[in-house]
Design a protein around this ligand. Structure first.
Ligand SMILES: Cc1ncc(COP(=O)(O)O)c(C=O)c1O
Length: 384
């Protein structure tokens, strides 16, 4: 019987010699930040996705915050999103004084249920932020139709979904803006990091300004054009959300491997799908016909009586070195959101989904013995 010689996490980075080499070259160079690697990484992201512009950020959260700012979100506005997401998707609305409005999910994918969006639209709604949960693309066409009908901006939170595709087109250039996260559990990593992509030059200009204090030296944007070359102006209240050259060198190097990483993830997921396809105790998700998933997560769902045993199964897996995780506690269940007056029960499918979910390990560099070990161990525990 295979015995794992390390903890098997739900996801993790794969760093190889060439990644280390790329970072070490920057460390020996003139620029640790605001140098050429940031530009290179942004170009790589734009080329890969087909977006006209990419702005790299210190985190995926900063990229979301900037995208909502670029969209013109103001105090009092409403931003529609899904509760099955990391808090940041909703928090970015709060940072700008806007209110997140949660729309329930479709259980099969964990993604926002587009059929339920219209009932949540009010005169204050400005933006829809669909989240490609687990890396499985949201069905975007109906969302784009609704956005057009009500004149709303769409920002895809693609934190899980770099390398995924919707109807044959890569995620990144399909809506007004798209954001990525490069946290180590994501398909590629820069340590911490994120990016916002767009085809729209106005959004691009605002994303760029927001990433660095709202300050510009761009002569076309300056109000006073008669100063010296030292001169700059602060046009908005931005932040220091800049990413470093050190991180971007890692990003460029990792981008060369993205398709390989996604291939590996997809191969691992197909092993889980095969192993559990006739098992009515645990559901492993499959792709919809419009989707090519990056499978950031294997968001499995317990069925029947096993739902109430989730905690015991979770702990037992961890005891056996399988570091599963649960994604996500519905965002509005968080005490902070409760303190803002969000009631429990507003998205029943999301709540049911949360109660049954366990994210099984999937990551580039996961070895065959490890996936077999996870499958065997889960099957054993499901007999309890
Ligand atoms: C769906 C989603 N949105 C936003 C974020 C925020 O990204 P970051 O951790 O890079 O700030 C994450 C990352 O955990 C995420 O999973």
């Amino acid at each position: 019987m295979f015995v794992p010689n390390r903890n098997i996490p739900y996801s993790r980075q794969l760093i190889e010699e060439d990644d280390i080499q790329a970072v070490s070259e920057v460390l020996k160079s003139d620029y640790l930040t605001q140098g050429p690697m940031v530009d290179s990484f942004e170009k790589t992201l734009a080329e890969y996705t087909g977006a006209k512009y990419a702005v790299a950020f210190a985190t995926g959260t900063a990229a979301l915050h900037a995208a909502y700012f670029a969209a013109g979100i103001q105090p009092g506005d409403e931003v529609i999103t899904s509760p099955i997401t990391f808090a940041a998707t909703a928090n970015a609305a709060l940072y700008l004084g806007a209110s997140p409005v949660f729309v329930d999910i479709e259980p099969e994918t964990g993604n926002i249920d587009s059929a339920r969006i219209e009932e949540k639209i009010t005169p204050k709604t400005r933006l829809i932020a669909p989240v490609h949960y687990s890396g499985h693309p949201v069905d975007l066409d109906p969302i784009h139709e609704i956005a057009k009908k009500y004149n709303l901006i769409v920002v895809e939170d693609a934190s899980h979904a770099i390398g995924a595709a919707y109807k044959g087109k890569r995620i990144g250039a399909l809506s007004d803006m798209t954001t990525f996260s490069f946290h180590p559990v994501k398909p590629i990593t820069t340590g911490e990091g994120g990016a916002a992509l767009t085809d729209n030059p106005d959004f691009y200009s605002r994303l760029r300004l927001f990433s660095s204090h709202g300050i510009t030296k761009d002569p076309t944007l300056l109000q006073d054009k008669n100063q010296g070359t030292w001169y700059y102006e602060m046009l908005h209240l931005g932040y220091n959300f800049r990413i470093t050259d050190i991180q971007c060198a890692l990003g460029v190097s990792q981008m060369k491997k993205l398709d390989r990483f996604i291939r590996e993830r997809r191969e691992l997921v197909s092993r889980y799908q095969e192993a559990f396809k006739d098992d009515d105790r645990l559901i492993i998700p499959f792709e919809k016909d419009y989707a090519f998933s990056s499978w950031h997560l294997v968001a499995s769902r317990l069925e029947g009586d096993f739902v109430s045993k989730r905690k015991a199964i979770f702990e037992a897996l961890r005891d056996k070195k399988i570091f599963v995780q649960v994604h996500y506690i519905p965002a509005y269940w968080q005490p902070y959101y409760q303190s803002l007056g969000y009631a429990r029960g507003i998205c029943p499918q999301a709540e049911k989904f949360y109660e049954a979910e366990i994210s099984l390990p999937v990551f580039q560099g996961m070895i065959s013995g490890e996936v077999d070990y996870v499958i065997d161990t889960v099957k054993q525990l499901l007999t309890l």
